[in-house]
Design a protein around this ligand. Structure first.
Ligand code: ZN
Length: 170
């Protein structure tokens, strides 16, 4: 297994729109293992393919406290949602920033697992938020797209400064 590089906003690869996973093989499975390892190492509760420079339509999640509920979503789609609420959100591709966004509290989604077996699952609270967040990534979206343009520019400047600092000290 390997830790993959997580791309940071405003990397243009985060804007790629993914294409359906059609090949469910050992290579895919091994990529999924790498995504889990990368997500747990970060640490985060979800990771989408576009965040590591891949354009297959898949994401991994684990919202448990003890890494006990890994979920693979290949070709996910949301079936229904209910009850919008405002929640705090962050993203591994937008380090050190959190903001308030509107998400549905409950939903049901359909996806395929790493073998291509279709399943459906209900989700609420953090897991529901995570599903919405990861699906947005798969269409080239970031949660900060929901914020004002001014706020996004401020985040962009802050991250550029942090990247420069990291370069200077390396
Ligand atoms: Zn994210």
């Amino acid at each position: 297994m390997a830790i993959l590089e997580i791309l940071h906003f405003p990397d243009p690869r985060l804007r790629e729109i993914t294409t359906p996973v059609t090949q469910f093989d050992a290579a895919l499975s091994s990529f999924i293992d790498d995504m889990f390892e990368t997500m747990y190492d970060a640490p985060g509760v979800g990771l989408a393919s576009t965040q590591v420079g891949d354009t297959r339509r898949l994401a991994v999640m684990d919202c448990s406290d003890d890494k006990s509920q890994p979920i693979v979503m290949c070709n996910p789609r949301i079936l229904w949602t209910e009850e919008a609420e405002t929640v705090d959100e962050g993203c591994l591709s937008v380090p050190d920033h959190y903001d308030r966004v509107t998400r549905y509290r409950r939903l049901r989604f359909a996806a395929e697992d790493r073998d291509g077996t279709p399943y459906e699952m209900g989700a609420e609270d953090l897991l529901a938020q995570c599903v919405q967040h990861e699906l947005a990534h798969l269409d080239g979206g970031l949660y900060i797209d929901k914020l004002s343009r001014l706020k996004r520019q401020r985040i962009r400047r802050k991250l550029a400064k942090a990247a420069r600092r990291a370069e200077e000290t390396s």
